[in-house]
Design a protein around this ligand. Structure first.
Ligand code: PRX
Length: 629
């Protein structure tokens, strides 16, 4: 399964294009299947219908845990570093992981959760979060993790969209010097979630929480009633494994569905090859389990590979900007995977926070979530990797399940800010706005993928048509990523950012339409338009233009209230950085907002705003430029 040289990469790539079924069958043979598949692949991108390893039977947790036990029962699966510095690291062996997952799976079974039921997970970055995903997978329940930065209303929408039966949460969470309520937020969400029957509450902070009788149960008490063996549910390759909600150009977030077999195969294959993980190495991905990175490259990928990884509860700036490097030094981390936004903020803090630590254990560095600018790349390369660690700039998405374009560490020649080359099995193409293929090198276009890979999105929960519309209808017979991309003279890919109305704030995907509809909930706002603008640390910031015709409030008051609206409806992660109160928006005669102009103004451009002759009222632009924040 592991590629060892560039020559091998080229051969594997060629084979994966010529004979994709043979190529993936060979890789899939490395896993435990209760029944082998009858056919490797059946697909079309028109419905879309994508089935991998058809009629294969498996349980992903058997592959993540049980099959490693004979050789690795006492090896460390996870090192858990708490939020507070100076605490002893907690070590969780593969055997302990097995026992914890089985006990929790049995608790879920005792609640009446069976194959196909949905379970919502709203937890801090603690080992129990990882156990929760695996416990669901053990019994065939479909997990739906909601990131801790989302509001009660966002949790409610997600729970109701997929009718979750159970919620797994904690009393509170530690994040830096803050203590954040979790259970209270869940309580608020559950005021209107008729499908939820049980809530299991882990005690993390010890804060007082309300426990509703017959519904809310204490984690430890329930766990202690259970055996540490749990027969895995046998799943079909195409049974859903999880739902993860993500934002797009329009409407509410959609539940991206991944299935068991293909996701397992691709997650493990990409993990081993991109990071070139070697047995006994210590791997650390700093993501949160609430995002796809936490699913694929904290939970499933590393465990499928039998790796030892770090789970970190806290944030990079607590107690100071040296925390990441302190942990790398303390645990002798070999592979370190983080987001450009973290790199930029630690760069801004200065080298005094790096110097005290010995980073010589590091062998490979990774980046994910947004384009990494050249300056951040160089800083990371020089000061963290000491110019000896390759940086794998991994491009992928919630919908792709795993990394699609990335260097393979120490195999692919890297180039700052380039995700470089596709992994075997991945066939990227660039198209123009009409869908015409852009061939050759030294070109730029919309990034699409023309052939399925095993962990491609299968559907959007409860609404297959939305999946078709969003990803497969823009360009005929292609999966459309929503990203713009350059292919340079060498054939290397460089992702330039979203070409749709999605903004990427600190590596978090936020739909401008969602933020607008949250802002419009404010009684005095009649209309708003939200765009992204370049932000030194976050990559992109959120700039909101709001029309507030009649109000008795000051601009400061209004801004505060608008922020509160967004906080309440989506969560703190979607709060605008800038709110400009305007009397009108630049619209065409047909009423369409010209976002191009708003984006330019937000970026700081005041003169070359392009053609404004089609605008209904060109004076609006002058006012907006004058009032720019
Ligand atoms: O725009 C791309 C950007 O993040 C988007 C996917 O976001 P999400 O589904 O939340 O998944 C993030 C973690 C995989 C993409 O459409 N993106 C992700 N990785 C990169 C990137 N942009 C440039 N370079 C990357 N390495």
């Amino acid at each position: 399964m592991q590629i060892r040289s560039f020559e091998e990469y080229k051969n594997a790539y060629e084979l994966s294009i010529k004979e994709p079924e043979n190529f993936w069958a060979k890789i899939a043979e490395n896993f435990v299947w209760r029944k082998k598949w009858d056919k490797v692949l059946d697909w079309n991108f028109t419905e879309p219908k994508i089935n991998w390893f058809i009629n294969g039977k498996l349980n992903i947790t058997e592959n993540c845990i049980d099959r490693h036990l004979p050789a690795k029962a006492n090896d460390i699966a996870f090192y858990f570093e708490e939020n507070e510095i100076g605490r002893p690291v907690k070590k969780i062996t593969y055997q302990e992981l097995h026992d914890e997952v089985c006990k929790l799976a049995n608790v879920l079974r005792s609640f009446g959760v069976t194959k196909g039921d949905r379970v919502c997970i709203y937890l801090p970055m603690i080992p129990e979060a990882v156990y929760s995903l695996l416990a669901c997978a053990r019994i065939g329940a479909v997990h739906s993790v909601v990131f801790g930065g989302f509001s009660a209303q966002s949790i409610r929408d997600r729970i109701n969209d997929s009718s979750c039966k159970v919620v797994l949460t904690s009393d509170g969470a530690y994040r830096g010097n803050k203590q954040i309520p979790m259970k209270a937020t869940v309580d608020e969400a559950l005021k209107d979630c008729p499908s939820v029957e049980k809530v299991l509450v882990f005690k993390r902070t010890g804060e007082k929480v309300n426990m509703q009788s017959n519904r809310d149960l204490e984690w430890d008490i329930e766990i202690n009633k259970q055996r540490s063996e749990c027969e895995p549910e046998i799943m079909d390759s195409e049974d859903p494994l999880f739902i993860l909600y993500t934002s797009g150009s329009t409407g509410k977030p959609k539940g991206v569905v991944h299935s068991c077999g293909g996701y397992m195969v691709y997650c493990c294959y990409s993990f081993i090859n991109v990071f070139q993980y070697e047995p006994e190495q210590i791997y650390w991905c700093t993501a949160d389990v609430g995002w796809i990175t936490g699913h694929s490259y904290i939970t499933y990928g590393p465990l499928l590979a039998g790796a030892s990884s770090v789970i970190f509860e806290g944030i990079p700036s607590y107690p100071d900007a040296g925390r990441f490097w302190n942990i790398v030094d303390k645990l002798k981390v070999n592979i370190f995977y983080t987001a450009p936004t973290a790199i930029r903020s630690l760069e801004a803090a200065g080298l005094d926070f790096v110097k005290p630590y010995n980073l010589s254990s590091l062998k490979v560095l990774g980046s994910v979530g947004e384009p990494i600018n050249e300056e951040a790349w160089q800083w990371y390369h020089k000061n963290i990797g000491k110019e000896k660690c390759p940086i794998v700039d991994t491009w992928w998405q919630t919908e792709t399940g795993g990394i699609l374009i990335s260097p393979l560490a120490n195999i692919t020649k890297t180039k700052p800010s380039f995700a470089t080359l596709p992994l075997p099995g991945v066939q990227p193409v660039l198209v123009d706005d009409k869908g015409k293929l852009i061939e050759g090198n030294g070109v730029e276009g919309n990034l699409c993928i023309k052939f399925p890979w095993p962990s491609i999105i299968r559907t959007t929960y409860g609404d297959h048509e939305r999946c078709r519309q969003t990803y497969f209808a823009t360009y005929h017979n292609l999966y459309f990523t929503g990203d713009g991309c350059k292919r340079d003279e060498e054939g290397y890919y460089r992702i330039t950012g979203r070409v749709d109305d999605v903004i990427n704030v600190s590596g978090h995907r936020i739909g401008t339409a969602e933020v607008e509809s949250a802002i419009n909930e404010h009684a005095d706002v009649v209309e708003s338009a939200v765009v992204g603008y370049p932000h030194d640390i976050k990559g992109q910031g959120i700039y909101a233009y709001c029309i507030v015709p009649k109000t008795t409030k000051s601009q400061d008051e209004l801004r505060k209230e608008i922020l509160n609206c967004v906080n309440k409806i989506i969560g703190p992660i979607a709060r605008p950085d800038k709110i400009q109160i305007v009397s009108g928006l630049p619209k065409t005669r047909s009423g369409k907002i010209m976002r191009r102009i708003l984006r330019k103004v937000a970026e700081g451009e005041t003169k070359n705003l392009g053609d404004v002759s089609t605008l209904l009222d060109p004076l609006v632009v002058e006012e907006i430029v004058k009032g720019r924040l």
